[in-house]
Write a protein that binds this ligand. Sequence first.
Ligand code: FE
Length: 180
Amino acid sequence: MFDAIRGAAASVAVMVGVSVGCMANAGSGDGPSRDHGYAVKKSEAQWKAALSEQAYRVLRQGGTERAFTGELWDHHGDGVYVCGGCGQPLFDSEAKFDSGTGWPSFYRPIRADAVETHRDTTLGMVRTEVRCSRCGGHQGHVFKDGPPPTGLRYCINSAALDFRSKTSTSTRPARPSPGR
Ligand code: FE
């Protein structure tokens, strides 16, 4: 009797262990593969060679930078934020606002089709993942607690973006991204 109970408990423990392990190893989102059907496609080796370690972890592995550590959360230039993976314009500085979260935040993308969304159930939460529509690069998540006029908050990783000033042809120069 007690052996049976102990056996059942052990089985539950194993199941929980497997579940947690899968969650920790899961990608960001359970939508289509990050490589499926995008105009810009590269092998993992090519992405690794093209991106900084941090940008690769965010864009290609769905990672999240720590709050208040990125280069762009407190950035206030007049320009366009483009995908760090493929250069597609994603957000205009006009739509950037101070969310207090420590991540670059926007109330809308520069075009509706510049980004795509996927249901993300990792980390025990249901969130809406935001990806670049051209390369599938993970950008962050969108929440419904943003300001007018949309009420949306696109919570984006600095490491997934590059900034291009409207008053200069150069991109911001300080970002350490060897190989790009
Ligand atoms: Fe992209």
